[in-house]
Write a protein that binds this ligand. Structure first.
Ligand code: DX5
Ligand code: ZN
Length: 221
């Protein structure tokens, strides 16, 4: 029997004026990870939050903090996010010239390291680094904003990466981010994902809906 699908709600869709309460509410409602989207207005055309906010949120949840860095460069900020309480740090290969070094920096801090592929980034970006990773994050939208539509062509990519991960024989999680909702989640799960990021679909309906939203997203088709 396959492991249960994990849900990592993206707090980008939370009420930013009540962020601590929101993080606590999704944790109680069954979130497996807390997905934190960090954007710099340079690598992506939007600005969100930095390490001080991550630090302030940490006491509001005992779930692993899944920090998705959409920033360039990455290396000067690894320590700040590690100190702030990140448990997983994921970055994009386009953010710097030395992907292997960045992965080693993250792991040297005792954290899990993830690499994220944009919709047009080829799977070959994983060729020399897959076995060093703890997580691969497939973007099913172009990074920068919540609430975008799922790009269907990424399903084949998810299937191929799932096979590549199986071939390594290692415990590497396959996470999918962007436009994951009640319609697209079953397809993403069938394609081989084991962690789903969901912002809009988790936070829809307010706190009383979070538990049901998370349970619905998690269902295997
Ligand atoms: C996009 C972010 C996503 C986004 C997901 O750049 O990485 O995590 O917030 O939002 P939804 O689930 O609303 O597409
Ligand atoms: Zn994200």
């Amino acid at each position: 029997m396959a492991n249960p699908v994990k849900i990592s709600p993206s707090i980008l869709a939370a009420d930013f004026a009540r962020l601590g309460e929101e993080v606590s509410a999704i944790s109680t409602a069954g979130a497996d990870y807390i997905h934190i989207d960090v954007m710099d207005g340079h690598f992506v055309p939007n600005i969100t939050i930095g390490p001080d906010v991550v630090k302030a949120l940490k006491p509001h949840s005992d779930k692993p903090f899944d920090v998705h860095l959409m920033i360039a460069p990455v290396d000067p900020y690894v320590d700040a996010f590690a100190d702030a309480g990140a448990d997983i740090i994921t970055f994009h290969p386009e953010a710097g010239a030395h992907v292997h070094r960045t992965v080693q920096m993250i792991k040297a801090r005792g954290l899990k390291a993830g690499l994220s592929l944009n919709p047009a980034t080829p799977i070959s970006a994983l060729d020399e680094i897959l076995e060093d990773l703890d997580l691969v994050l497939v973007m099913s939208v172009n990074p920068g904003f919540g609430g975008q539509s799922f790009i269907e062509s990424q399903l084949r990519k998810i299937e191929t990466i799932r096979k590549r991960i199986e071939e390594t024989g290692k415990q590497i999680e396959l996470e999918v981010d962007g436009g994951v909702n009640f319609d697209t989640a079953p397809k993403v799960i069938s394609a081989g994902a084991d962690v789903l990021v969901a912002g809009t679909a988790t936070f829809k309906g307010g706190p009383s809906a979070y538990a049901e939203n998370i349970a619905t997203l998690r269902k295997r088709p």
